[in-house]
Ligand binder design. Structure first.
Ligand SMILES: Nc1ncnc2c1ncn2[C@@H]1O[C@H](COP(=O)(O)OP(=O)(O)O)[C@@H](O)[C@H]1O
Ligand SMILES: [Mg+2]
Length: 234
């Protein structure tokens, strides 16, 4: 039994199904990556896992708990953290205020978690009083990841965390994500940098038109001739 089991998901927006019998699983402490062409339904799958999309069929289990009927907020309380693809920081608020917002569900002292986020992303400590909107793209993504870590999630979901950043910044962000996974947190990540993401992935899911096209270890997908030809550009 996987830590996250999102299985046979079918659903979409209004009457149009985007996901068709889509299944995504993540084990504790592992990095699972969803890749696929633009419009394949990667973000839609993330929204479905997080409870932002009603499913017509399928279910989502976190640990042994069936969370299919839970709101996103209840899922956060149950150990999910989500960094959406867009609008993932409050630009007019300071870096530290963003992190504090991330802890809104917590009633205990979260100061220690802020310090952990600063240890992971030292530049955020330097810039803690600056409005997040003044930071570079890569630094903003660090704020978004840090904000999601504030609830101490057991599963961290990231939708295209490296969108719009340079290759060097991407590598660095991936290193930090590996570091987070090593603490035992499960990572589910959508990435458009497919090769690099599959390189660090324990498991990869290639989605095409809302369906599971290939599912395997990151290594096996990178070596799969058909995946290479049709999706990785040879
Ligand atoms: N809010 C929405 N309302 C209606 N259709 C949407 C919405 N968001 C996405 N879609 C459609 O769903 C499909 C999958 O989109 P998305 O999940 O964003 O793909 P990906 O993240 O793989 O690029 C696309 O055809 C897109 O146009
Ligand atoms: Mg997307």
């Amino acid at each position: 039994m996987s830590f996250l089991t999102a299985e046979h998901m079918t659903g979409g927006y209004g009457a149009t199904d985007i996901l068709h019998d889509c299944t995504i699983k993540v084990e504790q402490g592992e990095i699972a990556v969803i890749v696929g062409p633009n419009g394949a339904g990667k973000s839609t799958a993330m929204k479905a896992v997080f409870g932002m999309l009603p499913l017509r069929e399928g279910r989502v289990l976190l640990g042994e708990t069936d969370i299919t009927a839970m709101s996103p907020q209840e899922r956060v309380a149950n150990g999910m953290g989500f960094v959406p693809q867009t609008h993932n920081v409050f630009t007019s608020m300071s870096v530290e205020e963003n992190l504090e917002m991330g802890a809104y569900l917590r009633e205990d002292d979260f100061r220690g978690t802020i310090e952990q986020v600063y240890d992971l992303f030292p530049v955020l400590k330097e810039k803690r009083r600056q409005p997040a909107g003044e930071l570079s793209g890569g630094q903003r993504q660090q704020v978004a990841v840090g904000r999601a870590l504030m609830t101490e999630p057991k599963l961290l979901m990231l939708d295209e965390p490296t969108a719009g950043v340079s290759p060097i910044v991407m590598d660095e962000l991936f290193d930090r994500i590996i570091e987070v996974a090593r603490t035992g947190i499960a990572i589910l990540m959508v990435e458009q940098n497919a090769r690099q993401a599959l390189n660090i992935a324990d498991h990869g899911y290639v989605l095409v038109q809302g369906r599971n096209a290939w599912t395997d270890t990151g290594e096996a997908l990178l070596a799969n001739p058909e995946v290479r030809r049709t999706f990785l550009g040879g």
